[in-house]
Design a protein around this ligand. Sequence first.
Ligand code: SF4
Ligand code: SF4
Length: 204
Amino acid sequence: MPYRFNFDLTRVSRFFFKEITEAAHKRKLHRRIGDVAQRLLERFRIQEITGLDFPQALMLLEDLMDIQMKNLNHRERFLGTSRRALFLPHCSRKHMDSRCKAVFDPNIPSYSCSHCSPDCLVGEATLLGEKRRYDVYVVPGGSCIHQILQRGRYEALVGVACGEEIKLAEPLLEKTRLPGQTVPLIKNGCANTKFSIGALKKIL
Ligand code: SF4
Ligand code: SF4
């Protein structure tokens, strides 16, 4: 389920994301966010750059911090695993129409990237995952992930999605008890979405 607002953080300083990681570390220790969140939103001019109002910007920031915190909590277990799956969002493909040459197999269910465009984010992330021996799935939604994980082939997973989808996938992670790492989208909207390849590289 998408956010009820669109956001685009691609023009925000990369130090914003570094600060979020640091704030998540502190939050893990102190469980307080209010002041930190407000300070970050002001310092990095998030409302000015994105056009979001304060509650929307705050919600986004809290979700980003939550994601970082959960990644930290699962990191040690995740590092001890070898059979891993990487789930990429179909909305970050360069093309959402027939120009995308990915093939959808309903039996999996997943798209399989054909690497038709060298400048496609999903194409690039697929190569990255395959190089690191992940099974890579390009999925249109969380229910596909559920079906794939039900077969029980994996010890851990990495997922890229918007914060809302990541929140919706949490019960699934709890149920499977798999250590998961997630990378949030920095531009949502369900088409032409963006995530940071650098952030994905670090997580993988
Ligand atoms: S590189 Fe892959 S995901 Fe991207 S448009 Fe081509 S086939 Fe689709
Ligand atoms: S932005 Fe992408 S990941 Fe989020 S709900 Fe839309 S299609 Fe799904």
